[in-house]
Design a protein around this ligand. Structure first.
Ligand code: 5CA
Length: 166
């Protein structure tokens, strides 16, 4: 588990950033766990969710308070609306190199197209997983978008002016 955090820290260092990773013995596997451990709002936790859209693996970074509208994500990824589904656990591990609960927002085993939901920009600081289900780091959302080379889009259910979630 520490190895995964080291791998993520090395990936961040390769990008020229020195992130402040904190380990939480109580665990940060879910967004709720992470918010409780960090002591921040649920909305400030970044969920790094992996999807398969139009046959490609993509990453959606969304607030812990939100869910992804797969129709919007599919459209953002240029797949047919509705042609996006959440990746299975083994697909997540294969594409990112990390296990569910610890998947970081960047620094993946393969370069994956990444979308950051605009709602995250409402916060000054957000917290994301750092490779393991007990490790998180704080970051300004704009900096997160830059490091993840993410497109800023409205993919949260109910967000923005996209099609209504069914
Ligand atoms: N460490 C926390 C906060 S940073 C974290 O990683 N949260 S998360 O939301 O990004 O990761 C958990 C997510 O993994 C869940 O929201 C859920 O969408 C997804 N997930 C959980 N179990 C499975 C599974 N068996 N297969 C695919 N996805 C899963």
């Amino acid at each position: 588990m520490s190895r995964a955090v080291d791998r993520f820290a090395a990936a961040a260092a390769d990008l020229g950033v020195d992130l402040r990773v904190t380990r939480y013995p109580a665990g940060t596997r879910t967004a709720r766990d992470a918010a409780a451990a960090v002591g921040c709002e649920l909305g400030q936790i970044v969920k790094s969710l992996v999807f398969v859209a139009g046959g490609r693996v993509v990453v959606a970074l969304v607030s812990g308070a939100d869910t992804v509208d797969t129709g919007r994500l599919g459209a953002a990824a240029g797949a047919g609306a509705g042609d996006a589904r959440q990746a299975r656990a083994e697909e997540v591990a294969d594409a990112t190199g990390f296990s569910i609960g610890g998947v970081p927002p960047f620094g993946h085993a393969r370069k994956l197209e990444t979308f950051l939901d605009r709602r995250l920009l409402d916060f000054e600081e957000v917290w994301a997983a750092a490779g393991a289900p007990d490790a998180c780091f704080p970051i300004a959302p704009g900096e997160l978008a830059r490091l993840a080379e993410a497109s800023v889009v409205d993919v949260a259910a109910g967000a923005g002016s996209g099609p209504t979630a069914s």
